[in-house]
Design a protein around this ligand. Structure first.
Ligand code: NAP
Length: 379
C-alpha cells in the first residue's frame, strides 16, 4: 500500500488522480490532501477519503474547514506546511499538482526527501530546472512526468536514448488553431478556456490557447530528458491522440498514443514500472481518422516563439517568461488585458530583464519577483 499526498487535490489533476486511486483501494491510500481556498470541496474530499492531513494554504479557508470537519483528519494551514506533508516520513508518492510557481517549493521539498514525485507542476522545472534535477538525483528521488507529452516521451525512452535524434512534442493547437489572428483580438476568457480535447484548470487552458503551455513543456522536456533546444520540436496535432514522438538517427520514429485523458498518464506514474487500469476507454484508431499534423504558426502563437527564445537564452529568462505569463494570464482572466496582449507582456518583460545566471533558490525567487513587478507595470 502506497501513501499518496496530493498537492492541489481540488484541481483538475487532483480530481483525475483521485479517480484512478478510487479504482485501486488495495494499492493506494490517501494520506494527505492540499488546496488553496476551496474548503468546501476539500471538506467533501476529507469526508470521502479520511486523510491523515488536510491542508489549506489560505488560513481563513483552513479555519472554515476545521470548523466544518467532524472526523480525525488533522487540518493544517499555510503554504509552509506543504513542505511538512510533502516530506512526511509516511509519505510515499507526492502528486505535485498545484498550479503555477506556488507549487515549486513543496515539489523541491519532496525531491529533497527522496520521494516519488508525480510531476504535473511543470513550473517547478521551468523555474528551477537545474536545482530541481540535481536535488532529485542527489536524494534518489523518482521523477515521473504527469504531462501527456512528457509521459509519452518517458514511456518511449524506456529502452534508453541510444541513437536519439530529436523529440517532437505534439500540441493540440487549442481552441483557436483555425481562428484568424484578427479575430483573436476579441476573445473572451470563457472562449479561451473551452479547450476542444482536454478538461483542465483555467490557467493551463489559457496557456493551451496561447500555446504557452507548449512553450513551458519545451522547457520542461529540456530538463527532464537533458536535451538542448535544437533537439526539441513541436508539431500541431489537433486530435491529441499521438502524445509526442521520438525520432532516431536510423529514420525510425516511436510514439505513444491514447485517448486524451490524464487518468492514463496518472495511472502510469502511480504504477510505474507496472501498468494498472485507469478507467480510460481503449483507443479505437478507426474512430479517430484522419490524424492531422501541422507546423505551428509562430506569428499567431508568439508565446511559443518566446519560450524557445528563453530556453536558448538560458539563465533567468525561463523564470521571467513564466512569471510574466502568470501575471498576464491572470490579468486576461480578470478582463484587464486582451488575449493578444498576453504575448506582448511576456515579450516586453523579457526585453527589460538582464539575462543572468540563476544558480541559487534565492536568485530564482528574486528573479520571479522582479519579472512579476515588470509585467505588472507593463499591464
Ligand atoms: N489539467 C491538466 O490536464 C494538466 C495536464 C498537465 C499538466 N498540468 C499541470 O498541473 C498543474 C495543475 O493544473 P490543474 O489544471 O489541475 O489546475 P487547477 O484545476 O487550477 O487546480 C490547481 C490546484 O492548485 C491549488 N492552488 C491554486 N493556487 C494555489 C496556491 N497559491 N498555493 C497552493 N495551492 C494552490 C488549487 O486549490 P483551490 O481549488 O483551493 O484553488 C487546486 O487544488 C499545473 O501546473 C498544470 O500546468 C495540468
Amino acid at each position: 500500500m502506497k501513501n499518496i499526498v496530493i498537492l492541489g487535490a481540488t484541481g483538475s489533476i487532483g480530481k483525475s488522480t483521485l479517480a484512478v486511486v478510487d479504482l485501486h483501494p488495495d494499492k493506494f491510500n490517501i494520506f494527505a490532501l492540499s488546496a488553496h481556498t476551496n474548503w468546501q470541496k476539500m471538506l467533501k474530499l476529507c469526508q470521502k477519503y479520511q486523510p491523515d492531513f488536510a491542508l489549506m494554504t489560505n488560513k481563513d479557508a483552513a479555519l472554515k474547514l476545521q470548523n466544518a470537519l467532524d472526523n480525525n483528519t488533522q487540518v493544517l494551514a499555510g503554504s509552509k506546511n506543504l513542505n511538512e506533508i510533502a516530506s512526511h516520513p509516511q509519505t510515499d508518492f507526492v502528486m505535485a499538482a498545484i498550479v503555477g510557481a506556488a507549487g515549486m517549493a513543496s515539489t523541491l521539498t519532496a525531491a529533497k526527501a527522496g520521494k516519488r514525485i508525480l510531476l504535473a507542476n511543470k513550473e517547478s522545472l521551468v523555474l528551477a530546472g537545474d536545482i530541481f534535477i540535481n536535488t532529485v538525483q542527489e536524494n534518489n528521488a523518482e521523477l515521473i512526468p504527469v504531462d501527456s507529452e512528457h509521459s509519452a516521451i518517458f514511456q518511449c525512452l524506456q529502452s534508453g536514448k541510444s541513437g536519439l535524434r530529436k523529440i517532437e512534442l505534439t500540441a493540440s493547437g487549442g481552441p483557436f488553431l483555425h481562428t484568424p489572428i484578427k479575430a483573436l483580438k476579441t476573445i473572451t476568457p470563457d472562449a479561451a478556456c473551452a479547450h476542444p480535447n482536454w478538461s483542465m484548470g483555467r490557467k493551463i487552458s489559457v496557456d493551451s490557447a496561447t500555446l504557452m503551455n507548449k512553450g513551458l513543456e519545451v522547457i520542461e522536456a529540456h530538463y527532464l530528458f537533458a536535451l538542448n533546444a535544437e533537439q526539441i520540436s513541436v508539431v500541431v496535432h489537433p486530435q491529441s491522440i499521438v502524445h509526442s514522438c521520438i525520432h532516431y538517427t536510423d529514420g525510425s520514429t516511436l510514439s505513444q498514443l491514447g485517448n486524451p485523458d490524464m487518468r492514463s498518464v496518472i495511472a502510469y506514474a502511480l504504477a510505474y514500472p507496472k501498468r494498472i487500469y485507469s478507467g480510460v476507454a481503449p483507443l479505437d484508431l478507426s474512430q479517430n481518422s484522419p490524424l492531422e499534423f501541422y507546423p505551428p504558426d509562430l506569428d499567431k502563437f508568439a508565446c511559443l516563439r518566446s519560450a524557445f527564445a528563453a530556453l536558448k537564452q538560458g539563465g533567468n529568462a525561463m523564470g521571467a517568461l513564466n512569471a510574466a505569463n502568470e501575471i498576464a494570464v491572470e490579468a486576461f482572466l480578470n478582463h484587464k488585458i486582451k488575449f493578444l496582449e498576453i504575448a506582448k507582456v511576456i515579450e516586453k518583460t523579457l526585453e527589460k530583464i538582464d539575462n543572468v545566471k540563476v544558480d541559487t533558490l534565492e536568485a530564482i525567487l528574486d528573479n520571479d519577483k522582479n519579472a512579476r513587478q515588470i509585467a505588472t507595470q507593463l499591464l
